[in-house]
Design a protein around this ligand. Structure first.
Ligand code: PRP
Ligand code: URA
Length: 214
């Protein structure tokens, strides 16, 4: 779908995806259901984000005859959740590509400044040869996504995709401008940020809702 954020931004807005995101938004959706929905959404968004994975011809025999069929080429994939909330999307993504390696980037937003603070980074080698899918349910100011991508690039990562369930226009604009070489996939684009840099209408604090903390 065309949008004002640039050719590297894909706002998915698929009715099945949007239905599940609407269930997430409901404050009466409990931890268990929330977790399952984030996992399913991770899978649906991964399906879309990985639609350009290369395939190769393979000879097989069907019960009817010999055939040349297409299978995924042995390209190396890394899934990198931004902790904590990104963890909720990982099992959905690995259900699509079970052989993917998993890295982790730990970031939290400073409650006063809303600036991201990095506390952990472990990426699978060789990161420069992998297609990297970073996942995080929320892109609010865009700071966490921008810094996570900077960090991955510093470690040598080149082929990077970022998927988030909900984005605010302010953060998405900054992210797309900071990393025009990164393909960005957004489930729903929301209205704005509030004074605490939370997405409106959003879904609240994604990490707290996934892990049942406050
Ligand atoms: C949330 C979310 C993103 C970040 C988005 O994480 O999961 O990582 O905020 O905000 P930004 O676009 O303004 O940077 P949070 O910092 O709450 O950490 P958590 O996942 O550990 O709860
Ligand atoms: N982080 C969240 O979890 N939710 C928001 O709305 C903004 C940042």
């Amino acid at each position: 779908m065309d949008n004002n954020f640039g050719p590297n931004v894909h706002i998915l807005d698929h009715p099945l995806l949007t239905h599940k995101i609407s269930l997430l938004r409901d404050k009466n959706t409990g931890t268990n259901e929330f977790r399952s929905l984030v996992e399913e959404i991770g899978m649906l968004m991964g399906f879309e984000a990985l639609s350009d994975l290369p395939t190769q011809d393979v000879e097989i025999e069907t019960p009817i005859e010999k055939a040349t069929v297409k299978m995924l080429a042995g390209r190396k994939l890394a899934i990198v959740p931004i902790l904590r909330a990104g963890l909720g999307m990982v099992s959905g993504l690995t259900s699509l590509v079970p052989s993917a390696k998993i890295g982790h980037i730990g970031m939290y937003r400073d409650p006063e400044t809303h600036e991201p603070v990095e506390y952990f980074c472990k990426l699978p080698d060789p990161i420069e040869e992998r297609t990297i899918v970073i996942c995080d349910p929320m892109c609010a100011t865009g700071g966490s996504a921008i810094d996570a991508i900077n960090l991955i690039k510093k470690h040598g990562g080149k082929m990077i995709k970022f998927i988030c369930i909900i984005a605010a226009p302010e953060g998405l604009k900054k992210l797309a401008a900071a990393h025009p070489d990164v393909q960005i996939y957004v489930g729903n684009l929301d209205r704005c940020l509030n004074e605490n840099a939370y997405i409106c209408p959003g879904l609240g604090d994604a990490g707290d809702r996934i892990f049942g903390t406050k």
